[in-house]
Ligand binder design. Structure first.
Ligand SMILES: Nc1ncnc2c1ncn2[C@@H]1O[C@H](COP(=O)(O)OP(=O)(O)OP(=O)(O)O)[C@@H](O)[C@H]1O
Ligand SMILES: [Mg+2]
Length: 258
């Protein structure tokens, strides 16, 4: 499992999506779901989202799961019953229902991962509720048992990952089954801000102009990746930004360019 951790707006989702797109281009199967803030009240919401999108695109789900497990999965995805009206009823035993549901999801993901390496992207883990985390832990255990080709990629806000928080505890339990690595995203340093400006300007030789611009952006944005990117792009597209060699801030900037 890989956890992308960082403050709000630092670029976690963007990075995870870029990776997922890359993995898909390499031939991996990618499932993705995003927890939303009210997800705490909606059991399994990001996982349902990920599975629903995938099964809608699947022409023959019956090749992945037999009827017994499709029937259990139909608790989460009732539309399966429209597609397969003859599915048996899922178990009525309340105690067995949850474990059967978890097993159905595990078998589905296992079947997918035998076709191609599977990347399961769960965005905004901080909003996943206990039920969803239980399911993820069950999946982790199953992947370990089957030595499955699965990468669980999660994003989480750093302020929600305090050492003794419930989420941190749940994730460390998951770590007993899956090796977990963290990718911390931090604000850009002054030197990295300059590199970004140079990359956008596409002219590293014009350092005498870009160094002050990089410094200016760093002070203005505190190294926020998103704001740096937007403002540098804006500078690059502003006509007259380097007008006659005079250094001027684009309109709307709060500090005069010196
Ligand atoms: N490397 C990048 N290049 C260009 N734009 C970026 C980059 N990283 C992030 N952004 C942009 O910054 C904005 C915020 O990024 P993103 O949504 O990924 O942040 P986040 O860390 O997931 O925030 P949150 O914690 O609120 O979910 C988005 O508009 C995104 O497209
Ligand atoms: Mg995000």
């Amino acid at each position: 499992m890989v956890l992308v951790v960082g403050e709000a707006g630092i670029g976690k989702t963007r990075l995870a999506n870029e990776f997922a797109a890359w993995a898909r281009a390499q031939g991996a199967e990618v499932l993705s779901g995003q927890a939303f803030e009210m997800g705490g009240r909606l059991p399994y919401q990001p996982l349902v989202e990920a599975l629903r999108k995938r099964l809608e695109a699947e022409s023959t789900p019956e090749d992945l799961l037999d009827d017994l497990w499709l029937a259990e999965l139909s608790r989460l995805l009732p539309e399966l019953r429209v597609r397969y009206p003859d599915l048996p009823a899922p178990t009525e035993d309340e105690l067995a229902a949850k474990i059967r549901l978890f097993e159905a999801v595990a078998r589905l993901l296992d079947a997918l991962s035998t076709r191609a390496p599977l990347v399961s992207l769960l965005d905004d883990l901080q909003w996943m509720n206990g039920a969803s985390l239980d399911l993820v832990r069950y999946l982790g255990h199953s992947w370990k048992e089957h030595d499955s080709r699965v990468l669980l990629l999660g994003t989480v806000r750093s302020d929600q990952l305090e050492p003794r928080s419930q989420l941190a505890t749940e994730l460390s339990t998951l770590g007993r089954d899956l090796p977990v690595s963290q990718v911390p995203l931090q604000a850009l340093s002054q030197a990295e801000t300059l590199q970004l400006v140079q990359a956008i300007a596409g002219a590293p030789s014009a350092q005498e102009r870009e160094t002050p611009l990089g410094d200016f952006l760093f002070v203005q944005t505190g190294g926020s990746r998103c704001t740096c990117w937007r403002r540098s792009s804006c500078c690059a597209s502003e006509s007259g930004w380097y007008h006659g060699g005079a250094r001027m801030a684009p309109a709307g900037w709060s500090r005069p360019w010196t």
